[in-house]
Design a protein around this ligand. Structure first.
Ligand SMILES: NC(=O)c1ccc[n+]([C@@H]2O[C@H](COP(=O)([O-])OP(=O)(O)OC[C@H]3O[C@@H](n4cnc5c(N)ncnc54)[C@H](OP(=O)(O)O)[C@@H]3O)[C@@H](O)[C@H]2O)c1
Length: 275
């Protein structure tokens, strides 16, 4: 089986590297293309058996095509590779604003959307899968098996795409922002150094992740366990309870508003294209 990766920026590269490093795909099964050649050269130097080419050739040779470009570049790429998008092939979007129905409308191929997360580069975290109407049971098995080597694939319906992406794909950025805030404040308000605070909180987060992974505690049970009656943790949690009121409501409102705009822009870009 040959896999095309069109677009080898951040996410295209992460996917290629993690799928190779997990053993799911051999470099010789990959044909990668990118608008500018420098990023391809880096990949070709790292994985000598990986083939690099241009979009049309990559699409022609592969059975499963990952489109790893920004949403507004999808119509251009789909137009360029349209003759290779035949009914036997699977074309994949990795972006929330382009779903399988949109890919099916603009090609004859089978389609799915798989939203990865930066956590997948550590063969960890979730990925979000929505299958199109032409995908059959054996295609599903192939895609689920592929993504289970680098993530926990979670099948989702179209209507929860944005919120699921917020949690899985944006989540690492949101939570590292909050953690960074905590570190910066600790450094500003106390004698601790940035290195010390960073190292302590990193170990805490790894430990927290392991506890959750092992299923020893639920999130509420963890809070209850750490929070001794009349203790310091409870005072801290009261502050958090008051100060984060509305924080996530606002975040969800903002991401969903941006999502709506992105879909309008993408729909407009498709309408203007030759597809
Ligand atoms: N970053 C994340 O954590 C994340 C997570 C989940 C999903 N995604 C999705 O992944 C997609 C890519 O995001 P990214 O962060 O990887 O962006 P990126 O770093 O900008 O990568 C996009 C790549 O697409 C290439 N490209 C653009 N037009 C092209 C064309 N016509 N033919 C071939 N290659 C083309 C660009 O080439 P140049 O070198 O010329 O710029 C660039 O290398 C987005 O749709 C995003 O929603 C990202």
């Amino acid at each position: 089986m040959q896999y095309a990766f069109i677009g080898t920026g951040n996410m295209g590269t992460i996917l290629i590297e993690s799928l190779i490093e997990s053993g799911a795909i051999h470099p010789s099964q990959i044909i990668a293309s990118n608008r500018t050649p420098e990023k391809l050269e880096r990949l070709a130097n790292k994985f000598t058996e990986l083939k690099v080419s241009h979009n049309k050739n990559a699409a022609r040779e592969a059975s499963i095509l990952f489109l790893c470009v920004k949403p507004h570049d999808y119509p251009v790429v789909l137009d360029e590779i349209s003759e290779s998008l035949t009914p036997g092939k699977i074309v994949l979007s990795i972006t929330s604003s382009i779903g399988p129905a949109m890919l099916e409308r603009h090609s004859h191929a089978k389609a799915a959307r798989i939203i990865p997360s930066i956590t997948n580069s550590a063969c960890s975290g979730a990925s979000l899968i929505t299958f199109g109407s032409r995908i059959d049971a054996s295609d599903k098995q192939i895609l689920l098996r592929l993504f289970s080597t680098i993530s926990k694939p979670i099948e989702i319906n179209e209507d929860i795409t944005r919120i699921s992406s917020d949690l899985v794909s944006c989540g690492p950025a949101f939570f590292s922002f909050l953690v960074q805030r905590y570190i910066d404040c600790a450094v500003k308000e106390t004698n601790i150094s940035k290195d010390q605070a960073t190292s302590m909180i990193t170990e805490m987060l790894i430990g927290l992740g392991k506890l959750l992974e092992e299923g020893r505690y639920t999130l509420p049970a963890l809070q209850e366990k750490v929070c001794v009656p009349g203790g310091v943790t409870g005072i801290g949690l009261e502050v958090l309870d008051k100060t984060t009121d509305q924080t996530f409501e606002r975040l969800i409102e903002a991401t969903h508003q941006k999502f709506k705009t992105d879909i309008e822009e993408v729909t407009h870009a498709f309408a203007k294209s030759n597809l």
